[in-house]
Design a protein. Structure first.
Length: 131
């Protein structure tokens, strides 16, 4: 799955696309792009089986799309915690960098990073999400 696809499904999930149809304008605003570009990606996501697409209504994540979006969000959160809590980056910096890193890390590296974070931070608020 490429970065663009991951970004879209992550945004769709954060906008509630696991429970309702999310429109092109909502996603376009989040990405800072034009609605016709979003429509094209919605069609591609539908072909990949990640969403159900209804023209003029929007998309809703499929079970497969939901699962993949949760994986991307989890990666993002693990990196944000590491960058902010361990390395001391500001929340804004941590968010920007986490968005880059979430697309390139392997599952093995992510799990090792998670072990490292768990040994260095004692924050119960992260426990359920990170594990």
């Amino acid at each position: 799955m490429n970065r663009s696809v991951e970004d879209y499904i992550k945004i769709i999930l954060t906008l509630g696309g696991d429970k309702r149809y999310v429109g092109t304008v909502e996603v376009a605003k989040q990405l800072g792009i034009k609605a016709p570009s979003v429509t094209q990606m919605f069609k591609k996501l539908n072909e990949l089986g990640l969403v159900t697409y209804k023209p003029r209504i929007g998309v809703k994540l499929s079970d497969k799309g939901f699962h993949e979006a949760v994986k991307v969000l989890r990666k993002n959160l693990i990196f944000k915690v590491f960058l902010a809590e361990v390395l001391g980056l500001s929340d804004d910096e941590a968010e920007k960098e986490a968005c880059k890193l979430e697309h390139v890390v392997t599952d093995e590296v992510l799990e090792r990073l998670l072990e490292f974070i768990s040994s260095r931070t004692k924050r119960p608020r992260y426990e359920k999400v990170l594990l």
